[in-house]
Write a protein that binds this ligand. Structure first.
Ligand SMILES: [Zn+2]
Length: 207
């Protein structure tokens, strides 16, 4: 299995190639298609929990081919139970040593939760209530800690808060992931994808 620092280097390298092609308007590089890998046992180098947004496509963003990354997608990249169980499978059964929680700019789920926080509907959220319930505590905390934020700055901070919260939840609520982290066999990292630029910023752990 690929150690986390090497796995991270592969993702960074892939995203650099992607973002460079986006910036230059150049044809996108396409990962080599190896027919012998299509149904070969999977040995992904990393697992990625990200949003269901159709524009957030980890295989493209990180320029990875079939079998390279184990991707779990759900609106707002929230740590819903089936998502966590999928990540646990990747770590415990496939030996993945790097989990990335990938949020993104203009995230509809985060924006909807922020709108609900700022102007709550009297009868509760009109849509995605379970998702909002998972995003809301981090945003409420952010609002309490940084009441001066508004507009784009608040949205930007909310997206980061959502990612940090999911990373924290994965590392505390999942026995499998927590034990792997404590044993030094797993790194769980947050990141934010800038949809306009094509770039991924990896986040340092929140102190
Ligand atoms: Zn989203």
């Amino acid at each position: 299995m690929l150690p986390p620092d090497q796995a991270l280097a592969r993702l960074r390298e892939g995203n650099t190639a992607f973002a460079t092609a986006v910036r230059d308007g150049a044809p996108l590089p396409c990962p080599e298609l190896a027919p012998d890998r299509l149904a070969a046992p999977q040995r992904p180098l990393a697992a990625i929990l990200t949003c269901a947004d159709s524009r957030v496509t980890p295989e493209w963003i990180f320029q990875q081919g079939i079998g390279d990354i184990f991707v779990v997608r759900v609106a707002g990249d929230v740590p819903a139970v089936p998502c966590v169980e999928s990540l646990e499978f990747a770590v415990a059964q496939l030996g993945v040593q790097l989990v990335v929680v990938l949020g993104h700019t203009h995230c509809g789920a985060v924006k909807a939760t922020l709108a609900e926080l700022l102007e709550p509907h009297p009868e509760g959220p009109l849509a995605i209530p379970d998702t909002m319930g998972r995003i809301m505590p981090a945003l409420a905390r952010l609002r309490g800690e940084r009441p001066e934020l508004a507009g784009d700055e608040l949205e930007h901070a909310a997206i980061h808060a959502d990612v940090h919260e999911t990373v924290a939840r994965l590392c505390t609520d999942s026995d499998i992931l927590r034990k792997a982290v404590d044993a030094g066999e797993l790194r769980v990292l947050g990141a934010v994808y800038d949809m306009a630029a094509g770039t991924v910023a990896f986040l340092e752990a929140k102190p």
